[in-house]
Design a protein. Sequence first.
Length: 324
Amino acid sequence: MSAIKRILVTGGAGFLGSHLCERLVAAGHDVICLDNFFTSQKSNVSHLLGKPNFELIRHDITVPILLEVDEIYNLACPAAPGHYQYNPIKTMKTSVLGAIHVLGMAKRCRAKVLQASTSEVYGDPQVHPQPESYRGSVNPIGPRACYDEGKRAAETLFMDYHRSNGINIRIVRIFNTYGPRMHPYDGRVISNFIRQAIQGEDITIFGDGKQTRSFCYRDDLIDGFIRMMNGPDDFCGPVNLGNPGEFTIRELAEIVIELTGSKAKLVARPLPADDPTQRRPDIALATSRLGWQPTIALREGLQMTIDWFRSIDITEYRPPTPNY
């Protein structure tokens, strides 16, 4: 077995964070999960609370905290548009102050630190698919800018701490990810469609449904996180992590209707401002440097996600914001 590390996961009770904590605990590491429970819930990590190598701290990463760690995965930030637009100033603070605080901790502890960035740094892309070299097309004053520009600023901070202070950093850019433990009210397209289909509601499509997205199953993404953290020190990224399979939103809705056996109709609503028309990762860099590529096809992943949605009591989940 590899050496046991003390690992901090900020946003560790969220959809992806909880699965990352689970994997790291199973590998025998001492895991500190830090979360303010804005868009997450304790039930995501309740099964880990009795483990001797798991610790849960309720804390907001916009406020400094002193911990002694070997590695940090910085996942703290609301990631769904309805949530990050609810309090855009707090979203920007979470990305920028959160990055400053984990980087300061990494500098003091000489820890390795991974930033969970996003495909939103590419904005509404004019290059397709998007390679890491593409600098993006982002509206810095639009309603999505608190998240897009917050994550871009965090990448800047990570690179500057790396160049100025020699911090061992890693940057991953996450493309749309889904799977069990998605918040039913996170406002993302997959959770919206599945929730609406199994509750017998019509399915809401924004715009004409011809905009495209690529969907990566959560287990594949967590594999990418861990490979990047454990990868060579001369490769700090950024690196795209996502599934290059590309589907229109309308195609996704039709697959969800088929897999759920729903009789839902598709209902069109106006497209939100600055909503990207295309999104697909170029993962050549992840494949060549990390030996990583996704293995779970969309239909397979959707079926597992639908099964999970059917297994939970949705009434036990509260919408984190009124605009889910």
